[in-house]
Design a protein around this ligand. Structure first.
Ligand SMILES: Cc1cc2nc3c(=O)[nH]c(=O)nc-3n(C[C@H](O)[C@H](O)[C@H](O)COP(=O)(O)OP(=O)(O)OC[C@H]3O[C@@H](n4cnc5c(N)ncnc54)[C@H](O)[C@@H]3O)c2cc1C
Length: 451
């Protein structure tokens, strides 16, 4: 039996960054991080295979929020900015790749939307806001305000690109809160954007958000945190169950050992937390288990640059649902970060599966490769075979914030009030990105130590 003042379950970016910020505030805090696998990092896994640097899961973070950059600076590691080409993004429309214009003026000149679609988009200005504060789906909110064409061609693929979700089920309020609140606060999206721009009249406008990572991949962030936390991380220890006796939490592990703690934080995926609290609090367990995590597969291909007929100077492309294709999109990893592939080669990562086509993610290896490759051949005019192929499978990938998510969180918080010193964190609740996970850790560390 071991003991610690604080036990964090889960050594992904949420758990590790929380431990880091707690120790920064209170260096003598007796803290342990319990990780089920033989390595920390969770969905952050960077692998060097045949001279290709592949991200199995997380590809990077945007510089439009500060948390990851601030943490990296504190850890003394230098973020790597995506190349200029990474501003070049495409969407598949009627079987053809169309460039997404970088600024709104070019947008109106582009052929991305029909004239009717563009007029409907401008008409957003005159659409009255909904009076009630209802939890509306992304599809319903965007179609109502900006029109069906805008939704189908732009927001549907964007929702898939971030969440691998189904926008007819995703909650606008929980997935895109800033846009949701523009309607509530200013009466509409165009009105809101104008007001925000006016407010910033004398302020230098922020540069467009860019994808960032690290020279050796996202794992560099995990390795630096591990170096700081070294002896506090216990690996190969899966927590199965918890109990609370006389103000102390007991955590029971798969290897038969157990730990006691005054405070615990479950920083693992919600479906895992649901299993851990199954006997402890059935209601809490049910709420956590109701957050869906559809499967997603990432198929990485290495080609010679000249094999890609379409060219390689792009970030990647997304595929709207209306195109009825079998892939969600594809990222040109080695265009974004040139050191991801050897000279003369390109590394493409294709996403398959998600909420709307979970079965595709679960296809056997050969079928999965064949499916991804035939779509890429058609869309990018690829000649010949790839020189490198690697599949990364995520049985339970990205948590879905569906309509009702906010109410679910309220009920979860209500249950937690009965258990002093018991916390939940991770990407299942208030933000799915690495930036959000780190920001949540900063806030939880503050709250934690003030109690
Ligand atoms: C394919 C894919 C691509 C993504 N790309 C991006 C991206 O480019 N940018 C971005 O910002 N976000 C991306 N995300 C989202 C990303 O997952 C999160 O931002 C973040 O990495 C989640 O971190 P976390 O620590 O909350 O959870 P996780 O990374 O899931 O970590 C949870 C940890 O808990 C451990 N654990 C689970 N059960 C137990 C148990 N019973 N006992 C002990 N330990 C346990 C796990 O082993 C794991 O290490 C992507 C996600 C996926 C799946």
């Amino acid at each position: 039996m071991g003991q610690a003042e604080v036990v964090i379950v889960g050594g992904g970016i949420s758990g590790l960054s929380l431990a880091y910020f707690l120790l920064k505030k209170k260096p003598d805090l007796d803290i342990k991080i319990i990780e089920a696998e033989n390595k920390a990092g969770g969905k952050i896994v960077s692998e060097n295979i045949s001279s290709f640097l592949c991200e199995a899961g997380v590809n990077g973070f945007l510089n439009n929020k500060p948390s990851t950059i601030v943490l990296a600076n504190e850890l003394g590691i230098e973020p790597l900015m995506g190349s200029e080409h990474s501003k070049v993004r495409y969407i598949l429309i009627d079987g053809q790749l169309k460039k997404v214009p970088e600024d709104p003026l070019k947008f109106f000149a582009s052929s991305l939307l029909s004239v009717r679609g563009k007029i409907r988009m401008i008409g957003e200005y005159f659409i009255p806001p909904l009076k009630e504060d209802i939890d509306e789906s992304v599809q319903s909110f965007v179609s109502r305000r900006v029109g069906t064409e805008f939704y189908e061609k732009l927001i549907d693929p964007m929702s898939t690109g971030i969440y691998a979700g189904d926008p007819t089920k995703m909650s606008m309020k929980s997935c895109f809160p800033k846009v949701y609140w523009l309607e509530k606060k200013y009466g509409g999206l165009i009105k809101g954007l104008i007001a925000l721009k006016k407010g910033k009249k004398n302020v230098e406008t922020a540069p467009k958000s860019m994808l960032m990572s690290f020279r050796n991949g996202m794992v560099e962030l995990i390795q630096s945190l591990e170096n700081k936390l070294a002896s506090k991380i216990l690996k190969n220890k899966k927590v199965l169950d918890i109990t609370l006796n006389n103000g102390l939490y007991n955590l029971y592990m798969a290897d038969g050992e157990y730990l006691q703690a005054t405070k615990i934080v479950l920083a693992c995926p919600a479906h895992e937390s649901a299993n851990i609290v199954k006997e402890f609090d059935k209601e809490l367990s049910k709420l956590l288990a109701s957050i869906p995590y559809p499967p997603l597969s990432v198929v990485a291909f290495g080609f010679k640059t000249e094999q890609i007929g379409f060219g390689t100077g792009l970030y990647g492309f997304l595929v709207p649902h209306r195109e009825k294709r079998k892939i969600l999109g594809c990222l040109f990893d080695s265009t974004i970060f040139p050191n991801r592939a050897p000279q003369g080669y390109v590394l493409l990562r294709t996403m398959i599966g998600g909420m709307r086509s979970p079965d595709l993610a679960l296809l056997p290896d050969e079928k999965l490769i064949e499916t991804a490759l035939s779509e890429l051949r058609d869309i990018l005019s690829i000649k010949g075979n790839p020189e490198f192929i690697k599949i990364f499978r995520w049985q339970k990938a990205i948590p879905q914030y569906q309509v009702g998510h906010e109410e679910k969180l309220r009920k979860i918080d209500e249950r937690l009030k009965s258990f002093p010193g018991f916390y939940l964190t991770g990407n299942a609740y208030r933000g799915v990105s690495v930036n959000d996970c780190i920001q949540n850790s900063i806030e939880l560390a503050d709250k934690f130590l003030s109690l």
